[in-house]
Design a protein around this ligand. Structure first.
Ligand code: ADP
Ligand code: MG
Length: 116
C-alpha cells in the first residue's frame, strides 16, 4: 500500500521543481511558454510516473547530486535542497526508484517507478 500523503508530497515536489528554472528561462526569452507534463503508465508490474518540463534542464554534473540532502543551486535563502532528497527517500521506502534524465537547455524529466 502506498502512503498517500507521502506520495502526494513527492508529486508536488517534483512538479514544482521546474518553476524556478522557468522563471530563469523567461528572463532571457520572454516568448518562452513553460510547460510541465505528467504521464502515467504500467510497465511490467511497475507504475511509472513521468514528469517532464521544458525549462533549462540539469547539467550532468549537477544531475548526479540533485538527490543529495541540502544540495541546491538556488541563491542562499531561496532553496533548502531538501525537496528531491525527501522525494528520493519516500520512493525508496515504497520499494521504488526515482531517476532524472536531462540535457542542458532541453528541460528535465523525472521518472518514478513504484511496484504496483
Ligand atoms: N526541473 C528542474 N529543472 C532544473 N533544475 C532542477 C529541476 N529540479 C531540480 N533541479 C535542481 O535540483 C536542485 C535540488 O532541488 P531540490 O531538492 O528541490 O531543492 P531546492 O528546490 O530547494 O533547490 C535545484 O536547486 C536545481 O538545481
Ligand atoms: Mg525544490
Amino acid at each position: 500500500m502506498a502512503i498517500a500523503h507521502a506520495i502526494g508530497r513527492v508529486l508536488l515536489n517534483i512538479s514544482k521543481s521546474p518553476f524556478y528554472a522557468f522563471s530563469q528561462k523567461k528572463k532571457v526569452d520572454t516568448d518562452f511558454n513553460p510547460a510541465v507534463s505528467v504521464t502515467t503508465k504500467l510497465v511490467n508490474g511497475d507504475v511509472r510516473i513521468k514528469v517532464k518540463d521544458n525549462g533549462n534542464g540539469i547539467p550532468q554534473r549537477i544531475a548526479d547530486k540533485v538527490f543529495q540532502p541540502f544540495f541546491t543551486t538556488k541563491p542562499t535563502g531561496e532553496g533548502t535542497g531538501l525537496g528531491l532528497s525527501l522525494s528520493y527517500d519516500i520512493i525508496k521506502a515504497h520499494g521504488g526508484e526515482i531517476i532524472v534524465k536531462s540535457n542542458t537547455g532541453d528541460g528535465a524529466e523525472f521518472i518514478l517507478k513504484l511496484p504496483a
